[in-house]
Design a protein around this ligand. Sequence first.
Ligand SMILES: Cc1cc2nc3c(=O)[nH]c(=O)nc-3n(C[C@H](O)[C@H](O)[C@H](O)COP(=O)(O)OP(=O)(O)OC[C@H]3O[C@@H](n4cnc5c(N)ncnc54)[C@H](O)[C@@H]3O)c2cc1C
Length: 380
Amino acid sequence: MQFQLDDERIAIRDMARAFAREKIAPHALEWDENRHFPLDVLRQAAELGMAAIYVREDAGGAGLSRLDAALIFEALAEGCPCVSAYLSIHNMCAWMIDAFGSQEQRERFLPRLVRMERAASYCLTEPGAGSDAAALTTRAAREGDDYILNGQKQFISGAGNEADFYVVMVRTGEAGPRGVSCIIVEGGTPGVSFGKNERKMGWNAQPTRAVMFDNARVPLANRIGAEGEGFRIAMAGLDGGRINIGACSIGGAQAALDTALAYMRERKAFGKRLDEFQALQFRLADMATGIEAARTLLWRAAGALDDRTPDATRLCAMAKRFATDAGFDAANGALQMLGGYGYLSAYGLEKIVRDLRVHQILEGTNEIMRLIIARGMVRG
Ligand SMILES: Cc1cc2nc3c(=O)[nH]c(=O)nc-3n(C[C@H](O)[C@H](O)[C@H](O)COP(=O)(O)OP(=O)(O)OC[C@H]3O[C@@H](n4cnc5c(N)ncnc54)[C@H](O)[C@@H]3O)c2cc1C
């Protein structure tokens, strides 16, 4: 078992970190304030291979591992957790097509996703089916060589651009997970429309919208995998997505901690620098420990996913639960170190706290992560 990064991995992390410092961090506050989705910057990230990190090389992907991906998303999140998290969703969708699509589908969809000419959205949640995703009701009925889609997806990250690809989980058969299929829907398809860009606590540098299907006609040839395999494909995508989102949490938390440390070196109270108070040093130690423990568990889960070990799903759930909680707690603790200034937008910490809060909710809430972990325990 190896806990040190080799030179190649250090180079990958440093590449992503340099990109985050130069292209993302200087604009993160402005994007948050103006609710700007920086697709141009994401396309520059795609030029460096970051839009298809673990897509195979024959389809134009970078062919890297889940551990490499975790390093990249952590580094990008040091610049902005929200931008990094959207790129994670795009990567998850591209991987689902690469892993479960036919050669024809890989050739048809992936080149545009690899270059990010098209951004991808993952469409599982519905107004009446969130945590209980297998209860989804968006229906795809066969008609000749097409499916006719009717229904609504809720909270879809990145949605709203007609030029994009939507990876949509739909019901084609019986109730429950075995009746779900996975279909690629192009944004400009007649009958596809979008709700308003939701106003939310954080994650303002990417849109969140409902996606509506009203007799939208989609070729059967856009179905990924067999009919009834969609739920399995959706959950497989989320295993990796959960590592990535955990990595985004610790990247944001690390940036918050670094900001707090720099501030505490300068700020004085009661005739001492803040970093001289042992009570505060102990809090810093706890934050750093939480981040490091989360990082270690994320790497372990990423390794399990790369090796396809039987406990990979459970480890991904553990890592997501732990990293998103530890990341939020550390960022919130870092904000406290700045006193009133931590609460001001200009210092950047309140944005990180707002961004990280949703990581405890999406890609499966942390209660659902506990459900997955405990299920393995009581069955095993
Ligand atoms: C900003 C944002 C972006 C999102 N992006 C996407 C996206 O791109 N694609 C997508 O498909 N979805 C997306 N989501 C949806 C997200 O995954 C869901 O919100 C999440 O899965 C929870 O579903 P819900 O909101 O319906 O809550 P509910 O399922 O109604 O849950 C409400 C509460 O009950 C708890 N709960 C539910 N069931 C149980 C149980 N069995 N045991 C214990 N507690 C339980 C939950 O943990 C939660 O605390 C996004 C959400 C947000 C806020």
